[in-house]
Each structure stands twice: as C-alpha cells, then as structure tokens.
Design a protein around this ligand. Sequence first.
Ligand code: FAD
Ligand code: NAG
Ligand code: NAG
Ligand code: NAG
Length: 508
Amino acid sequence: MTHTAAALLYSLLFVVPTLGLPPYPVPDQTFLQASPPAKDARVLILGGGVAGITAAHELYKQGVEDFIILEARHELGGRMMSHTFGAPGRQYTVELGANWVQGTRTGKGPENPIWTLAKKHSILTQASQYFDGLTTYDETGETDFLDLVEDAADNFDHLIASAGSRVPKGLVDASARTGYSLTGSYPHTPQEMAAEYYQFDWEFTTSPEESSWIASSWNNNYTFATFSEENKMSIDPRGFKTLVQAEAATFVRGGQLRLNSTVSVISYSPTQGVRVTLADGQALEADYAICTFSLGVLQHQDVQFEPALPAWKREAIHSMTMGVYTKLFLQFPHKFWFDSEAALYADRERGRYPVWQSLDHPQFVPGSGILFGTVTGAFSRRIEALPKAQVLSEVISVLGTMFPNATIPEPLDFHYKSWSADPLFRGSYATWPPSFLPEHHVNLRADVAGRVWFAGEATSKYHFGYLQGAYFEGKEIGEKIAGCIKKEGCVGLEHVKHVKNARPYSDG
Ligand SMILES: Cc1cc2nc3c(=O)[nH]c(=O)nc-3n(C[C@H](O)[C@H](O)[C@H](O)COP(=O)(O)OP(=O)(O)OC[C@H]3O[C@@H](n4cnc5c(N)ncnc54)[C@H](O)[C@@H]3O)c2cc1C
Ligand SMILES: *[C@@H]1O[C@H](CO)[C@@H](O)[C@H](O)[C@H]1NC(C)=O
Ligand SMILES: *[C@@H]1O[C@H](CO)[C@@H](O)[C@H](O)[C@H]1NC(C)=O
Ligand SMILES: *[C@@H]1O[C@H](CO)[C@@H](O)[C@H](O)[C@H]1NC(C)=O
C-alpha cells in the first residue's frame, strides 16, 4: 500500500467513526502527508492495577520501553486500595479491596508471584487462620456449631473432588448447588447455611446456585493446592498497594505513566493500530493497546469501542459474572467482641452480615478498636442501594443479637466502599457461572483484530478473582505483545466465532 493510500485509510478509520465525540485535532494536511503521523507509543496500557503494571514490566524486561500507562485514578494499585480509617488521633490503614496473599508456597513447589512481590517490597503481613480461629453465633447469641463448619469443609472437599472426576470424562458442568446435592450436601438450617456460606460464597462472592461446579473447584485447587493453604493478611500501614507502586517504581519512568487519565473511547483498526480518547478529549495513538479494565467496566459499557466489539467478544463479556465483596469497617472506643480472629453469624436469612473479623487482635492491629464484617453478592448490591445510616443501624442490631449481654458503644467511625457503583470497577472480582463455557473463556481472553488485547483477573482461566490471576495474565499478554513488536507482526490468540451446544436445543 502506498503511503498516501495508508494515510487515507488511516483518516477513514479514525476520523469517520469518531464523529460526534469530543473533538481532537485532525491536521488538514492528512491527505498530503508522506507518511502517517508518528504515534505516541508502541503500546498503550490501559489501567494501572496488577495486570497493567505486570504487562508493562514484561515489555520492559523484553526491551520494549515505548509504552504509556493510562490510569484514571490518582495512584497505581487498582483494586489494591487502602483507606485511612478511624477517629482523629486513632487512624489506621485498612484495605477496601484485596487484603490477603492467598496461597504462598509449599516446600520447593511453585511460589505465588504475589507472595514473591510482597517479600521483595517488605509488605508487612501476618498469617490469617480464619478457619481455625473462629467463634460461632446465631440469633440466640454465641452458639457452638463448629462441627457444622467442619462438615461444610468436608462437603466442599467432596464437591471439588467430584468436579475433578468429571473433567477427564468430559462430563457437563453444572452449578455448584447441583454438585453439592449430588454429593449429598443439603444445608437447611441457618447454622448449616452459614457454614456453607463461609466455605463458598465468602470466597467466590456468588452462591453455589450462581457458580460453576467445575471452575469453582479448579479455581480453589489452583490457588490453595498449587501454592499453599496459607493466607497472609497485609497489615502494612503503607497499604497493600505498595506492592504494585514499589514494583512500578523499579522500572516506570515519568513520561511512561499518566495518572488522572480516564479512557472513554478505544478505536482500533487491524491495519492502523489503536487510538485511545480520554475523557478530556485528548487522544493517543499506538500500535497496540492492553485493556486491563475490570469485567464489570466492560459489561457496563463505561468505555466505548469503535468499531463495537465483535459478537463473540460481547457474548463472552456478558456471560461471566462480576461479583461483589464488601467489607464494612467499624471502629469502637474499645473491643467488646470475640478474641478469635473471625466470627461466623448464622442469621435465618442466608448471607445477612455473616462474617466478622477482628483487626483488634494481638496478631494484627491490637488496640485499633476495629472490627469488620463482610457481605457479598446480592446482599452487597442491596446495601449499596441503602442509606449508610440504615446499613449502620442494621449492623449494630446484628451485633446486638450476637452479643446480647454487651453494651455496644457508639462507633467512632464506619466505612464501606460501594464497589459495584464505582464506574472504574463495577464490582469486586469475577466469578464463573455455570453457563460460562470454556469457549467463552477463550473469547474473553482473545485479542480483537490483533490490536486490542485484554488482561486482568477475569481473563485467568484458573486464577480468576485473585491477584495472581491479574499477574499471570498481565505477564502473558506483555510477552505476546513484545513478540509482536519484535517480529513486526502478530498472530492473535485463538477465538471461537460461534459457541454452540454439544446437542443443539430444538423443539422438534
Ligand atoms: C473487596 C475485594 C477484595 C479482594 N480480596 C482479594 C484478596 O484478599 N486476595 C486476592 O488475591 N485478591 C483479592 N481481590 C481481587 C484482586 O484485588 C483483583 O483480582 C486484582 O487486584 C485485579 O487486578 P487487575 O489489574 O486485573 O484490575 P484492576 O485492579 O481493576 O486494574 C484496572 C485499573 O483500571 C483503571 N480503570 C478502570 N476504568 C478506567 C478508565 N475508563 N480509564 C482509565 N483507567 C481505568 C482502574 O482504576 C484500575 O486501576 C479482591 C478484590 C476486591 C474488590
Ligand atoms: C491527580 O488528581 C489529584 C486530585 O484531583 C491531584 O491531587 C494530583 O496531583 C493529580 N496527579 C497528577 C499526576 O496529575
Ligand atoms: C481438586 O483437587 C482434589 C484433591 O487433590 C482432586 O481430587 C480434584 O480432582 C481436583 N478438582 C479439580 C476440579 O481440579
Ligand atoms: C447473658 O446474661 C444472662 C443473664 O445474666 C445469662 O443467663 C446468659 O448466659 C448470658 N449470655 C451470654 C451469651 O453470656
């Protein structure tokens, strides 16, 4: 193709589809130029969370330094997000998002790369034993149903073992509820349901009904069997996000990072590359873009693609589930609760303020007066829709039920983040529903037109939902693009054009 023809094609591809959007300068002499205008970078990395920074690091390690990271927030970290919490003079750092390194290393086995980074940047962590140090409550106050918690752990083991036996036989997936029922687990009482919630929903955010039997099982295995069963909780006063920020500081130079830069449009063309338009109207051009925005952001259409993403991509995006996990932080003048690390409360309504953790614990932040509860899924969406004062009054009334003989003091501070309402996240992390097929997963990961690539926790087949999922995906896509740049061309990832049923549905 001649340069003039290339310039014409360039102007058609980029100028025509973006008409009506915030203006950006289009040089008059486009048609006369001898060659297309220089691009801003070879690669634009969209999002500065774990996946974005890991992708950037991989490019850097492979000698590709011509990249720019665009991040909407004022700092790096993404869903590693800390918050200064507490009454004046009694403030502590709490983690609104990721808080634990989940799975470290067993012997000489593979090490969780997040654990490697936590050690490298001296993140202050403490082992969390929330399955051993547990106190149980129901609507009558403290009640020991630890036997049911142990049964629920056994039931979960049966669930994942049975899922594992289906995989080599090629048997169909179903919901984890189907799996539980077929392996003989039928929780009915509030205590049995709370025990199951603690095993299942508290990790995945979605209920067994809403979750894949097979993928939930392998997700658990790849995390806790591959690395270890250990969970290390960050209690670092700098915030867990330091892990990403300190890592970025080892290789990112000034001009390579643009904070406070919200992407609104991603335009792409197989022959010409990408143009990314920011909310303030600025546009940047590159050969490739790596989109690390959460699944929720993609589902919510917070960012426009031009042309629209192909049908196979949209089907994949809208077939996975963005979960919600909400931590409710309370600070009290003094500790009046359990001495264990965690508590489980069995309400007659499954998932109603069920899990409580104490930061005011000798292992964590003694003297902090901080207690936090967790809710997930539909219950998270419910409280996000309520006034904060109503959520607080419900929480205080649940604590009154759990501790009937305690006088519960006025809290000094109360905070939670509404993850699903936040246009930069639209939820907490992805979860795999029973109707999401392996072909959908392939399509969720696949690049579009060899130009727009995707990476993040949600695109990880085995580690979705975890920091390491974002890490592995960022690394792999960074490697792929470095390869494209070195070879002056790309073979994209595979995708499946039409996802079909093994036996077609038909009414005949
Ligand atoms: C409440 C909660 C608890 C969690 N607990 C744990 C845990 O204990 N252990 C664990 O391993 N994992 C945990 N996770 C999951 C973990 O945080 C994520 O898997 C991981 O941080 C995702 O990284 P990412 O790079 O894929 O995405 P993100 O961190 O979401 O990075 C994407 C970035 O894109 C930016 N962005 C979005 N839209 C735009 C836009 N339009 N323009 C520019 N920038 C934009 C965002 O600001 C963000 O910085 C938790 C998550 C949440 C929310
Ligand atoms: C980003 O915005 C915040 C708040 O609006 C501001 O304090 C900060 O200096 C900005 N950072 C950059 C790098 O522009
Ligand atoms: C998970 O690990 C268990 C225990 O090793 C194994 O029996 C099971 O098959 C595995 N399940 C899956 C889905 O990988
Ligand atoms: C609460 O006080 C009542 C009356 O003194 C007592 O019977 C009960 O055991 C106490 N309950 C708890 C959970 O301590």
